[in-house]
Design a protein around this ligand. Structure first.
Ligand code: DQA
Length: 144
């Protein structure tokens, strides 16, 4: 079973972002960890990152058309992109929102997620484990 693991803006620069907030992993290391675990539990992972809202929306449209499940870290778009929210709301398979940090314990503008209301569920604050937990949750959802 395919799973699209989608990452939004600035996550490609994880190694130079604040490691106290985002941890020590580079984006490549994050992809390796998440990809390995996904394959281990039977998924075919497709991991993508973009800094471009319209590219992300295009990928969400593809996932909607192919009923592909999605694990999605929309990064800063989480907090204000209604266009991405509308694209997420068209997905047919489950979609799990993830964040490395816990946005609720950070600046006030991060307390709003326009994605949460259209996601199947959200996991935040566990670093790379947020993605690994999301993979487990996705597997369990798809087995039901
Ligand atoms: C993030 C949290 C967002 O607030 C932030 O803009 C990001 C990363 C996270 O994974 O913790 O870029 O989505």
């Amino acid at each position: 079973m395919k799973v699209l693991i989608l990452n939004g803006p600035n996550l490609d620069r994880l190694d130079i972002r604040d490691s106290a907030i985002y941890g020590e992993l580079s984006y490549q290391q994050l992809c390796d960890r998440v990809g390995d675990r996904a394959r281990k539990i039977g998924f075919e992972p497709d991991i993508r990152q973009s800094n471009n809202e319209s590219e992300i929306i295009g990928w969400l449209h593809e996932a909607a058309d192919s009923s592909t499940p999605v694990i999605f870290n929309a990064a800063a778009f989480t907090h204000y992109s209604y266009a991405i929210r509308d694209a997420v709301s068209m997905l047919k398979a489950p979609v799990i929102e993830v964040h490395l940090s816990n946005p609720m314990s950070r600046e006030e503008f991060r307390h709003t997620s326009v994605i949460s209301g259209v996601a199947t569920g959200s996991i935040a604050g566990f670093g790379v484990d947020s993605y690994l937990l999301a993979l487990e949750a996705m597997r369990s959802l798809l087995q039901k």
